[in-house]
Design a protein around this ligand. Structure first.
Ligand code: DX5
Ligand code: ZN
Length: 220
């Protein structure tokens, strides 16, 4: 994939016409679709499960980037792989045995990411950086779309880029939450390579036009 990549989160889409919403992304040459899975335990909200991921996959050839905001993710990895996930991200805060969970994801021949909340120290994931394909830096506290970007994310992004250089590792860096036309350029400049946007994409009057705007601004 050529970076940066804009990954629309279908959490903000109109589920009564999910196929049409994704078709707008296809028409705007979107290559990644971000799927937010919430269980009402790890986060205070419930979103959707593997059936919606599978339905999304039937509407696009885009890479399905699945973000599990759930407890016991190991129990559900196989179901999301069967639903068509091309990549699975789990939360550091939800995994007491991170390496085992990453091995579980890799055993299905897909890529693995670790997400960390805004209040979690980057040092908690340094032991696993050599084993993963992505770090997802949360720029809001997970649970809801439409929240405001937390500014300390900029510094965390720069730190993560430095850590990647120092450790000679090569994961990609994704940022998720509150990414909008007014900040996407700064987020990309700070080091984000995959930019998730939910409400900024699907709540726009003209989704295709909004995607083009976000992509142009994210190009450094
Ligand atoms: C937050 C989710 C995000 C969210 C992004 O819990 O992980 O992916 O849907 O939505 P916006 O772009 O509206 O902040
Ligand atoms: Zn997400």
């Amino acid at each position: 994939f050529e970076l940066p990549i804009l990954a629309p989160s279908i959490l903000a889409a109109d589920f009564s016409k999910l196929g049409e919403e994704i078709e707008k992304c296809n028409n705007a040459n979107i290559r990644w679709i971000h799927c937010d899975i919430m269980d009402g335990h790890f986060v205070p909200n419930i979103s959707y499960g593997p059936d919606i991921v599978e339905a999304a996959g039937r509407s696009t050839d885009a890479f399905l980037d699945v973000h599990l905001m759930i407890e016991n993710p190991d129990q559900y990895i196989e179901a999301f792989v069967e639903a068509g996930a091309n990549h699975i991200t789990v939360h550091q805060e939800a995994c007491p045995h991170l390496h085992r969970t990453v091995q579980n994801i890799h055993s299905h021949d897909i890529t693995a990411g670790i997400a960390i909340n805004p209040g979690t120290s980057l040092s908690t994931i340094t032991p696993i950086l050599e084993d993963i394909d992505m770090v997802l830096l949360m720029s809001v506290n997970p649970g809801f779309g439409g929240q405001s970007f937390i500014p300390s994310t900029y510094q965390r992004l720069q730190q993560l880029v430095q850590i990647r250089e120092q450790t000679s590792t090569n994961f990609v860096i994704e940022v998720d939450g509150g990414v909008k036309p007014h900040n996407i350029q700064k987020v990309a400049q700070a080091g984000a390579e995959i930019l998730v946007a939910g409400s900024a994409v699907f709540k726009a009057d003209d989704v295709q036009k909004r995607i083009a705007t976000l992509q142009n601004k994210a190009r450094l």
